[in-house]
Design a protein around this ligand. Structure first.
Ligand code: TYD
Ligand code: MG
Length: 458
């Protein structure tokens, strides 16, 4: 009697395994993320293999005795990428760059080897032909392609690793994890088990050889296809591309970093010659209009460790239908609803019959609570149809009782605002900051929403 092939269900969001289908993943709480995949006995030394355990000659060592001196970081040619990684690539690390198709992952990962001729780099591609990569490289580096840049078109991971062991490059780039496969599993490339096994093999290669590996992974908008999400706990660093595919700005965010701080942001501009670094993103995210427009306010946000100023745009209009619409791009809609409720209850603005649309400049996704104050200011400005002065900005969190709460590192936000030529910044009166942190900027302290309204629209 033929035995039925055994299958397991995997969550594409967190990688949790389950013997049966479930509507909601019990581990991460996401709905409709379970996909079925056959159980495959990993014939390779896939982690659980007892052979590997027996043949390993490693022993536990004292933590204090581990030598750190031989760990200089590899500095890449792309300065913003180095900064995002915490000052270069750590030898033996596995770095995942994720993003939607067409956002610029292949472009960035090809700019790395082209930008550092002193490093021997192996660029493995399973997506494009050698000619295609050469054509792209010509465009990215019109001055000539460095000798040290090797390209290898292959999708079988064992062949890739064999070449990498022989060549011993300084850096390896694999584009993309979805196209690689191992012969030890029967499933198709891109399936959950293939992706996990390929990543595990690359991780072991990186740790054993000390060669850092940059791995590219596609993420689809709805996230249903097994992809980088299930790899996040395997790899050392996760960098994710954000932003509008159609616009020319691309934001690269660090969402996990074992060797540096997270929630750092690097901004690139897609040009005809590839991605160009934007070292001062505030200058691009704040508007250039001569006169103020109603419905806009500048927020002094902190992204990771870097202060960032950008424009918040709001549109308040009479509800076209019976129920008011609330929509936010780059901002949590529930938080917007909360802020509108605070305005209604604590400051007496009747916004319940108004449509409210909110937009963060440049396709930015914002989670810093310090943006609350700018959101409120933009909403009120649109509501009154009154433009705020161009030289003022905001940094403060709004509490449920309408109080304005202090936010972290206010002095650095003030410093950045002053550097960009702002003359006034509104902060919480509970901030520890006493004197103006930087010359030429007036720090205006407000205690609650009514006080802000008085200060702005008197
Ligand atoms: P790509 O790196 O191929 O995206 P991914 O690997 O994430 O799928 O980038 C694709 C887009 O970038 C493509 O739509 C064209 C654009 N592009 C430029 O505008 N200029 C360039 O120099 C390059 C190489 C690409
Ligand atoms: Mg690509």
């Amino acid at each position: 009697m033929a035995t039925k092939a055994k299958t397991l269900w995997y969550c594409t969001s967190c990688g949790n395994e389950s013997p049966k289908w479930m509507g909601r993943c019990p581990a991460c709480g996401e709905w409709n993320t379970m996909v079925e995949a056959p159980v495959e006995a990993a014939k390779s030394s896939g982690g659980k293999g007892s052979q590997r355990a027996a043949s390993s000659d490693r022993k536990p060592r004292r933590l204090g005795e581990i030598d750190l001196s031989s760990e200089p970081r590899l500095v890449l040619g792309v300065a913003e990428l180095d900064r995002l990684l915490g000052g270069g690539v750590v030898p033996g690390s596995l770095i995942l760059i994720g993003g939607e198709p067409g956002i610029g992952k292949s472009t960035l990962s090809l700019q790395v080897p082209l930008g550092c001729p002193s490093l021997l780099t192996l660029y493995v591609t399973g997506e494009e032909s050698e000619r295609q990569v050469r054509m792209r490289a010509e465009r990215l580096s019109p001055g000539g392609i460095p000798e040290s840049c090797l390209i290898y078109c292959e999708t079988q991971i064992e062949a890739v690793l064999a070449q990498a062991r022989e060549l011993k490059p300084d850096l390896m780039i694999v584009d993309s994890v979805q196209t690689m496969y191992t012969d030890t599993l029967d499933s198709t490339p891109g399936s959950v088990s293939q992706i996990k096994e390929v990543a595990a093999l690359l991780l072991r290669f990186a740790k054993d050889s000390g060669v850092p590996v940059i791995l590219i992974g596609h993420i689809t908008k709805d996230g249903y296809i097994a992809g980088p999400k299930i790899l996040e706990h395997i790899v050392d660093v996760v960098l994710q591309f954000e932003g509008e595919n159609r616009g020319s700005y691309r934001l690269l965010r660090s969402i996990k970093n074992r060797f540096g701080s997270t929630s750092e942001l690097a901004v690139f501009e897609m040009t005809g010659k590839g991605l160009r670094e934007v070292p001062n993103p505030s200058e691009m995210l704040i508007p250039m209009h001569e006169e103020g427009l109603s419905g806009t306010a500048i927020s002094a946000m902190l992204d990771g460790t870097r202060p960032l100023l950008f424009e918040v745009q709001a549109l308040v209009s009479s509800a076209a239908y019976g129920t008011a619409q609330r929509s936010a791009t780059g901002f949590d809609v529930r938080r917007l609803n909360m802020l509108l409720a605070v305005l209604e209850k604590r400051a007496g603005f009747h916004l319940s019959a108004k449509d409210v649309f909110l937009n963060m400049a440049g396709g930015l996704k914002v989670s810093d609570p310090a943006c609350d104050l700018a959101v409120i200011a933009a909403v009120l400005s649109s509501n009154f149809d009154y433009a705020l002065p161009l030289d003022c900005c905001f940094a403060g969190e709004v509490g449920l009782s309408g109080e304005i709460r202090p936010v972290g590192q206010t002095d650095r936000r003030i410093g950045e605002a002053a550097r960009l030529g702002f003359k006034k910044i509104f902060v919480s009166s509970y901030s520890a900051q006493d004197a103006p942190a930087a010359a030429g900027i007036k720090v205006i302290k407000v205690a609650d929403v009514p006080e802000l309204v008085k200060a702005l629209f008197r």
